[in-house]
Write a protein that binds this ligand. Structure first.
Ligand code: NAG
Ligand code: NAG
Ligand code: NAG
Ligand code: NAG
Ligand code: NAG
Ligand code: NAG
Ligand code: NAG
Ligand code: NAG
Ligand code: NAG
Ligand code: NAG
Ligand code: NAG
Length: 760
């Protein structure tokens, strides 16, 4: 292949310009657009990448203007050429091509003694190329040089540059400002230039001074040039450094006649629109007519090829997202930045800032969670506790109780909560215990400020009892009799229900008869009254409901005495309504030795007559002042009832009666009446025993006998008044004491400082 420079160069010995035409007239001959370059096309030459619309050889380029050839410049070294101009780089994005441009020279030839010029012109008009006005500068080097650049094709442009060297020592490397070097800009749209030296640039004189005898002028890429003083001091230095050629940047564009601009091209009327790829756009040429193609934002590749533009993976390298904590997400034609958890994207600074709102949010959320869960736990625990309490409540028949309480408004019965009772008893303090027995412990409690109550904690009861507990509570709570301890309420929330009674302060009949203070003799009539009141209470119990409520454990210890020493039958709470089926008889074992109905022990059937029997034993206690059972005596003397019955049989009652009764306070008639009544009550056969009502009536009759006529009237009056007024406080009673004058009973009685309330 012929060397390009050789073909291009014409040297004229004289000042005549050497004109080397780079005629690319082929471009003018329009060739139809090629749809797709042939697959056989070669896309590289001498290390230079060639991209469509450029191509090497037939059918590979878009048009003749982009037709390159790959030529061997030395053996084995190939370079791409556009016509006879070597191509250094091709850029689709910039729309530029770098080419090697020959340098024009004007030298003093000492051998001939004359100036020799070697000048070039560059004609790119009619091709897709224009000289880049941005990157190129007309550069002149010399000590006495004036060079012109002219374009006389379609317009008349002439410019020039002068370079002198007043004092060589003033020359500076890198400075091209008229001393040894001169640069000037060129206008846009230039596709032709011709270089000529002014004849005044005769260096014949200065070359003798040892300065460079050559002047140089060329249009070249400004960035590639840096002035060196050696270019002046050494004549051949500049020419030799670049081997006579320097890079020039050409702006290329699609400059087909039919599509000079994007507006026309995109109409695509001729079918020659060069931007064939999807996601491509048309860009007006920055220099000269025509247009360029570019991939749309977010795409890259070759817009001149069908499907040439493909998505840019912006995240692959040099992620545009914040380097610290940023995450890049590629999308088709775009990308998205996000930040890792705990950071927030700052779009202005493109940084991932710590997200304080998130951190505080998370912190607050966490705290809230902790608080809520602990609250939830507490609530759960409380609910569990309440559930247990409610289970107990239900087990103990609390629901039935409540139902009834609702239906019978104004029922004077309180269902206490566990907490209330705990408070009332100082957490069941030992000092509050006022009684203890097989069936439970009784505490004194204070509620509502200063109202005393007696709280009985039952021992464990079985399931059947639990079920009926509420039912029983209900009935017992309705019993309202002056001689029966009032059941005020209960507590069902606990495993074993608790009963709350009115507080009765003055101990029991048992204590009164057998207590320590026997020295103070109790008037017999008082005992008789207490017995009568107890009989009234029991009678009321028996007649109150059907089936009858049987006390089941009648004994002197269960007859409590209130502030006025009035009898109050107690501890029927654990007794039940008379059982109606056989199964229940077996489970009903109760009573106290000495008071037990012998018939009950045989039949296991508790009847109201069993209570009558037990009451008979109490009558004996009142009569004789002896305990119902003496464990230390001889065997026949142990049981008070059998002792009494045998004495009755032998008609020798005096042996068991104490002196103060026998012939003292009790009249014969009264003693005999009482003994007879007791005997009837203690009959072995229940059917022969009187009813409780009859017992009470008989006692009432006998009491009247015991009183003096004048006292009797008063007593009856007081008695009837208190009955009429309906109060339960028969506050005092006039007795005939041993001293012979009436006394207020309470003052006369042995005071029991300890309030007693015995459990069975
Ligand atoms: C270039 O300029 C020289 C001198 O001015 C002239 O002789 C020559 O014809 C010009 N060449 C072209 C192609 O215009
Ligand atoms: C170029 O294409 C034309 C028509 O498609 C064909 O006739 C010609 O042979 C091709 N030239 C080369 C070098 O492939
Ligand atoms: C392309 O250039 C080569 C060599 O310069 C030439 O042989 C060929 O004919 C040209 N083809 C076209 C279509 O211009
Ligand atoms: C241009 O081409 C030269 C040589 O072929 C190469 O060294 C240089 O890196 C290229 N420049 C660009 C921007 O491609
Ligand atoms: C495109 O132009 C820019 C700036 O002018 C330059 O840095 C880059 O190297 C050029 N690209 C090519 C492929 O020449
Ligand atoms: C093509 O687009 C890229 C980025 O979108 C831009 O840098 C470049 O200058 C554009 N080229 C032309 C010729 O407009
Ligand atoms: C050149 O400059 C040097 C120092 O700056 C000076 O000594 C010398 O005379 C100057 N030569 C001429 C020709 O002006
Ligand atoms: C001039 O420069 C060339 C190339 O840089 C070099 O080979 C030559 O020796 C230089 N001549 C003188 C006189 O310095
Ligand atoms: C410039 O350099 C080229 C190539 O090295 C050479 O052919 C030409 O003769 C030189 N011109 C001058 C004036 O030295
Ligand atoms: C341009 O027109 C040709 C035929 O008229 C059609 O095949 C082609 O798809 C069009 N291209 C565009 C980008 O509109
Ligand atoms: C961006 O960063 C600067 C310096 O780090 C800071 O002063 C500025 O407030 C930031 N801007 C925003 C919007 O966060």
């Amino acid at each position: 292949m012929p060397k390009a420079k050789d073909r291009m160069k014409v040297v004229s010995i004289h000042l005549a310009a050497a004109v080397v035409a780079v005629l690319l007239l082929l471009a003018a001959k329009r060739t139809p657009a090629i749809a797709v370059p042939s697959p056989q096309c070669q896309w590289q030459c001498g290390g230079v990448d060639i991209a469509f619309p450029f191509g090497i050889g037939d059918n590979c380029s878009l048009s003749a203007g982009f037709n390159l050839s790959c030529q061997e410049v030395q053996s084995g070294v190939y370079r791409p050429f556009q016509g006879n101009i070597e191509v250094l780089n091709i850029s689709l994005i910039n729309g530029t091509v770098r080419e090697l441009n020959p340098v024009s020279t004007y030298c003093y030839d000492s051998s001939s003694g004359s100036m020799e010029s070697s000048t070039w012109y560059f004609d790119a008009s009619g091709t897709p190329y224009r000289f880049s006005d941005v990157q190129n500068k007309f550069t002149v080097i010399g000590c006495q040089t004036l060079a012109y650049i002219t374009d006389n094709t379609d317009k008349s442009y002439q410019s020039g540059c002068v370079s002198t060297c007043q004092n060589v020592s003033d020359l500076t490397d890198g400075s091209c400002s008229g001393m040894g070097c001169c640069q000037t800009n060129i206008p846009k749209k230039m596709g032709f230039y011709n270089v000529s030296f002014d004849p005044a640039s005769d260096t014949s004189q200065i070359s003798r001074l040892g300065l460079g005898s050559c002047s140089y002028a060329v249009l070249m890429e400004a960035e590639e040039f840096s002035f060196s003083t050696t270019y002046i001091t050494n004549t051949t230095a500049f020419n030799d450094t670049n081997s006579g050629r320097v890079p020039v940047v050409m702006d290329w564009a699609i400059r087909d006649d039919g599509a000079p601009s994007c507006e026309l091209a995109t109409r695509n009327e001729t079918g020659t629109y060069a931007c064939r790829s999807g996601n491509s756009k048309c860009v007006e040429s920055p220099n000269g007519p025509g247009y360029l193609c570019n991939c749309s934002g977010g795409y890259e590749g070759n817009p001149y090829l069908p499907d040439g533009c493909h998505d840019v993976d912006e995240c692959k390298k040099n992620s545009p997202c914040p380097s610290v904590g940023g995450v890049c997400h590629n999308t088709v034609g775009a990308y998205r930045c996000s930040c890792r958890a705990g950071r927030r994207l700052n779009k202005q600074n493109n940084t991932c800032d710590p997200d304080t709102t998130l951190i505080t949010g998370v912190t607050i959320g966490f705290l809230v969670l902790v608080i809520f869960s602990s609250f939830g736990y507490m609530i759960l625990q409380k609910r569990k506790l309440n559930q247990v309490k409610q289970d107990h409540f239900r087990q103990h028949g609390g629901m039935i109780l409540f139902e009834r309480m609702r239906s019978e408004n104004g029922l004077a019965f309180t269902v206490f909560s566990e907490a209330e009772l705990v408070k009332a008893t100082d957490s069941y303090d030992k000092s509050r215990i006022i009684g203890k027995g097989g069936h439970g412990t009784v505490y004194k409690g204070i509620v509502k400020g200063n109202v005393p109550i007696a709280i009985k904690r039952c021992a464990l009861i079985d399931d059947r009892q639990k079920k009926e507990f509420g039912q029983e509570m209900l009935i017992l709570s309705q019993i309202n009799h002056k001689n029966i301890v009032k059941l005020e309420g209960c507590c069902l929330e606990v495993e074993v229900p608790m009963l709350v009674y009115e507080f009765v302060p003055n101990g029991t009949l048992y204590e009164l008869i057998h207590g320590k203070n026997q020295a103070l003799q109790i008037p017999f009539s008082t005992l008789l009254r207490i017995a009568h009141e107890a009989a009234e209470g029991l009678s009321f119990l028996h007649s109150y409901a059907s089936p009858p409520i049987i006390h089941g454990d009648v004994k002197s210890a269960n007859i409590l005495l209130d502030g006025n020493y009035m009898a109050k039958v107690s501890d029927f709470g654990a007794s039940i309504l008379a059982p109606s089926d056989k199964e229940q008889y077996v489970t009903m074992v109760q009573g106290t030795c000495g008071y037990l109905d012998p018939e009950y022990m045989q039949t296991c059937q508790l009847t109201e007559k069993s209570d009558v029997y037990s009451f008979g034993v109490i009558l004996l206690e009142v009569l004789t002042g002896q305990e119902p059972l003496k464990l230390d005596g001889p065997e026949t003397q142990r049981s008070l009832s059998s002792k009494f019955l045998s004495a009755m049989k032998e008609n020798n009652l005096d042996v068991i009666l104490p002196s103060h009764v026998n012939g003292g306070q009790g009249s014969n008639e009264l003693i005999r009446g009482l003994a007879e009544l007791a005997k009837q009550c203690l009959d072995m056969c229940g059917c022969n025993r009187p009813s409780m009502k009859e017992v009470a009536d008989e006692l009432g009759r006998l009491r009247k006998l015991s009183l003096h006529p004048w006292v009797q009237i008063d007593a009856e009056m007081i008695e009837s008044q208190s009955l009429l007024s309906g109060t339960t406080t028969a506050s005092f009673e006039i007795e005939v004491g041993t001293t012979g004058y009436p006394t207020q009973e309470a003052e006369n009685l042995p005071m029991n400082p300890r309030s007693s309330y015995y459990a069975r």
